[in-house]
Design a protein around this ligand. Structure first.
Ligand code: CUA
Length: 310
């Protein structure tokens, strides 16, 4: 996993934006160099000396004025045409039905795959090489979905879905970040996009569609009981567990298969899961999950159960 880098495009959409940026930058640097060069030349070449008379004054030259109006106009037209081309490549109209719906919540991302019904959180898997039409929603406030290497940046607006296209050329993991201040834990609203070969992606999706692993061990059964009798069940879904259908917090059906906890704040390991359950407000202050003051035994049981949900 590497940090995200807008100057390292890994999809046709991101490359269109990058190319436009580079060409624009070259034009701006050239203009800067020409203007600065002309000023410096004038300063040194035509420096005034003691006792010299003022140079000859003249005002107005139709030819010069036409030239210095036409050149900037042509530059603007050139950039305008390039921008239109870039927009067509980076941001074509959305597909009639989205391949993926990403919903911003304080402070995590819900990802749904409407064609199959798969649901996950924060870790979004996509098949390599396939452009996906993504609908962006929000459940509460403004968020902004941005995975710089794969797609443009776009706001998640409550009640007003936006659309982008996302794609990855190569398998790998790509990091994104909520880019619109949305509350105390805005900074810990990471997006992890995992691009898999199509067959591996299909495997992942099929696994996500399965109901949760039944609690077979004693400790897992006790952990499930903790989940059901504490208020966890009011916010989190676990498919296959009666009554666990809420979507106010991440779906936990396959939580153990995900790489991170708390939208990127912790690597997902049994020890970190226990830490998180023990004191989420300490790890991610302001997260909507309260501290439950679980006993050590409850933490072992609940953590043990969640650890089986692969
Ligand atoms: Cu969500 Cu910032």
């Amino acid at each position: 996993m590497h940090a995200s880098n807008a100057l390292n495009p890994q999809s046709p959409q991101a490359r269109a934006i990058y190319d436009l940026g580079i060409v624009s930058a070259i034009v701006f640097v050239l203009i800067f160099a020409i203007v600065t060069g002309a000023i410096l030349y004038a300063i040194f070449r035509f420096r005034g000396h003691e006792g010299e008379l003022d140079p000859k004054q003249f005002a107005g030259s139709e030819r010069v004025e036409i030239i210095w109006t036409a050149i900037p106009f042509l530059i603007v037209v050139f950039l305008f045409v390039l921008t239109l081309r870039g927009m067509n490549r980076a941001d074509p109209p959305p597909a009639p039905s989205p391949d993926l719906i990403v919903t911003g919540h304080q402070f995590w991302w819900e990802a749904q795959y409407p064609a199959t019904g798969a649901v996950t959180a924060n870790e979004i898997h996509i098949p390599v090489g396939k452009p996906l039409s993504v609908r962006l929603d929000s459940k509460d406030v403004l968020h902004e979905f941005w995975v710089p290497e794969l797609a443009r940046k776009m706001s998640n607006v409550p009640g007003q879905p936006n659309h982008i296209w996302i794609q990855a050329d190569k398998p790998g993991t790509y990091i994104g970040q909520c880019s619109e201040f949305c509350g105390t834990q805005h900074a810990w609203m990471r997006i992890l996009v995992v691009a898999d070969e199509p067959s591996k992606f299909e495997e992942w999706q099929q696994a996500q569609l399965q109901p949760a692993q039944a609690a077979t061990s004693d400790i897992a059964a006790k952990g499930l009981a903790v989940f059901q009798t504490s208020t966890c069940i009011n916010c989190h879904a676990i498919r296959g567990v009666p009554g666990a259908v809420a979507d106010a917090a991440p779906d936990l059906t396959h939580i153990a298969s995900r790489r991170q906890l708390g939208a990127g704040i912790l690597e997902n390991s049994p020890a970190n899961m226990r830490l998180w359950l023990k004191n989420p407000q300490h790890i991610k202050p302001g997260v909507l999950m309260p501290d439950f003051n679980f006993t050590d035994q409850q933490l072992d049981e609940l953590g043990g159960y969640l650890g089986t949900l692969r």
